[in-house]
Design a protein around this ligand. Sequence first.
Ligand code: 0X9
Ligand code: ZN
Length: 333
Amino acid sequence: SLPKRVLVEDLQAYVEDQLDNQEISTKAYNYMKYNSWEKIEAWISTMASANPSLVSKQVIGTTFEGRSMTVLKIGKQSSSTKPAIFLDCGIHAREWISPAFCQWFVKEALETYGSDAQMTSLLDQMDVIVLPVFNIDGYAYTWSNNRMWRKTRSRRPSSSCVGADPNRNFDAGWCTTGASSNPCSDTYCGSKPESEMEVKAVADYIRLNHSNIKAYLTVHSYSQLLLFPYSYTFQLAAHHSELLQVAEGAAKALRSLYGTRYTSGPGAATIYPAAGGSDDWAYDLGVKYSYTFELRDTGRYGFLLPESQIKPTCMETMLAVKYIAAHVLENLY
Ligand code: 0X9
Ligand code: ZN
């Protein structure tokens, strides 16, 4: 008979080893799931290295616990500085749909550049600077310890309570209304404006680039609102009527997809007075088109929005963001 020889001692080990590339190359990134910070961090690097002609990344700071804060700048390369839109997600740790939207926005921008006329002209003429997770330490903590955590994770010797509310920590009527000076409160304004490293990093970046930044969009959840300044005062913003008109147009575009209803208006009158927010701060710095999104839903699931709603929420929100971006592009200042 023919001579026999064992080529493979343990075939099962080979079966397992063929999958050693895990998700990196075998499975596409899953935009319809909530992703951990570790996954988002790897995704940020992949997005930049896989799309060098359209995406660049820049570290803008470090969190209290030492994580790198990286923005993705999306847009066609240009020799001169382009006008830009700054988009951040995940200021509040437990609002998981928010980082999911920033990831969706980046994916959609890259997938539709060159085929969707609106996205193409947007990215040809402007840059969108995306901070996928603002409050990374808090976000990681909602995965590891407490799903309902809101604040940063900073510690100070003067209190045993942890963190401050990043959206009460900006220098805009700081701690005068709708914020707490008690470090144990969920709306603690911090020890001083920009006491939180994450807030300081974003404020420094926007200050440095503020002559190019024409719009500031910040994404929260939940309540289905599109808010604009002011929240630290009931006084109307100098550009109130234009801001309202653009918000209503954006809400109408959003509603056209699935009928989801958004309310728009100035923060103080529409949700509640609350000082120290990023939208008011950016507006007073001179970024006229400054908006806070409060995504789905209106309270049925709240922060625990099911993953099955990630795609429809992101798709409808894209329409609103693109509406605002188109208005900004037609009204550069
Ligand atoms: O209170 C907030 O920071 C936001 N609502 S949330 O439920 N996501 O916490 C609203 C922010 C509105 N803008 C300002 N207060 N400046
Ligand atoms: Zn929020």
